[in-house]
Design a protein around this ligand. Structure first.
Ligand SMILES: NC(=O)c1ccc[n+]([C@@H]2O[C@H](COP(=O)([O-])OP(=O)(O)OC[C@H]3O[C@@H](n4cnc5c(N)ncnc54)[C@H](O)[C@@H]3O)[C@@H](O)[C@H]2O)c1
Length: 330
């Protein structure tokens, strides 16, 4: 029986994705650096504690399973990557290279292209002072990232494209089927982010729901694209399910709404009037955010595999996030 491997299973996206895949009847193998969360293990056929940098562990997993798809999400995020660029490179690049080797081996063993679905980020963009941040950027512009995380993501995008489309394969070898989403900041009602530079959106919400003060590390006027986790997971499974013949690209932008930190604060305050949210800018993190676009153009995803977010800004907070975080912390 073919299975689906999810790396970084304990992460924010992993939690939501595993539940969604399990609800669709998939047989899931989970991999994370730490023991798989007890809340997830019931949804997984098997789980492994292991490091994507460890090629032996991945080889062992590959010997025991046949994967039709691998969702590769194990990663160090942007702020963590700036704290330790060498570790970020090891995990985000070398670890991804190992996962690509696993996908190639699986394609060969199965005689069919194994899908490798990779979660990239708007961190691949790198705007400089004076560049216009307001225009929605296509997948091919301003690819001059300013963080180790963004550089790592961009390289893995290129590596995936190479092994999927260009690598001169040996007689009988089957290429991988690489598919990649560039996500904006993600907001979940279930899990709290750590180590990302778009974390201020979800952190504001979770702090307000718990009655805790929050000091936002970017300016009130900072505008970035965001998406709720439900839409992010829907995008991942929809891209994975699209027929290969419909896809003309390997890397797709997806986005839902583009809002300022001040607009997020104002919407949260309509439900949590006592919320104590103030702005104390971190120069380093503001500089990272200032290198990212205020919006991205996701028209190829819409045209080629029918991407469309279900949640606008207001709907996301009023109908989904606020009721769920209220229930979670009440
Ligand atoms: N959350 C976002 O806003 C966002 C936005 C854009 C892209 N992404 C990307 O989506 C993916 C998942 O993001 P997330 O928010 O779930 O991240 P997360 O930090 O919540 O989870 C990452 C998981 O990877 C695991 N991990 C880290 N190093 C590992 C290693 N060496 N071997 C095995 N596992 C390891 C961690 O234990 C963690 O469970 C990442 O690749 C991230 O770059 C996330």
């Amino acid at each position: 029986m073919t299975q689906i491997l999810v790396t970084g299973a304990n992460g924010e996206i992993g939690h939501a994705l595993i539940r969604k895949l399990a609800s669709e009847g998939a047989s899931i193998v989970a991999l994370d650096l730490h023991d798989i969360d007890a809340t997830l293990s019931g949804f997984c056929a098997e789980s492994y504690r292991g490091d994507v940098r460890d090629a032996e562990v991945l080889g062992e997993i590959g010997r025991h399973h046949r994967f039709s798809a691998i969702y590769h999400m194990a990663s160090l995020l942007s702020t963590s990557g700036e704290r330790d660029p060498e570790l970020a490179h090891e995990v985000n690049v070398n670890g991804s290279f190992n996962i690509m080797k696993l996908a190639r081996a699986q394609s060969g063993l199965r005689g069919e292209r194994t899908k490798l679905i990779f979660t990239s980020s708007i961190a691949v963009y790198g705007l400089r002072a004076g560049d216009l941040r307001t225009r929605p950027l296509t997948e091919r512009e301003f690819l001059t990232p300013c963080t180790m995380y963004g550089i790592n993501k961009l390289y893995v995008e290129q590596m995936g494209r190479y092994f999927s489309e260009y690598y001169k394969i040996r007689e009988g070898e089957v290429p991988i089927d690489f598919r990649c989403l560039r996500f904006p900041g993600l907001i979940s009602s279930e899990t709290l982010p750590s180590g990302g530079t778009t974390d201020y959106g979800p952190e504001m919400l979770h702090a307000a729901a718990q009655g805790k003060p929050y000091r936002c590390f970017v300016r009130e006027s900072t505008r970035l694209p965001f998406m709720v986790m439900d839409d992010a997971v829907r995008a991942l499974t929809r891209l994975a399910g699209a027929p290969r013949s419909a896809l003309r690209h390997q890397v797709y932008n997806v986005t839902s709404f583009s809002v300022t930190a001040g607009e997020i604060k104002a919407l949260i305050e309509t439900s949590f009037p006592q919320a104590d949210i103030q702005f104390e800018v971190s120069a380093n993190r503001q500089a990272i955010v200032d290198s990212w676009p205020e919006n991205v153009d996701d028209s190829p995803a819409r045209a080629e595999w029918g991407w469309a977010p279900e949640y606008s800004f207001e709907r996301a907070f009023r109908d989904l996030l606020i009721p769920k975080v209220m229930a979670r912390y009440s």
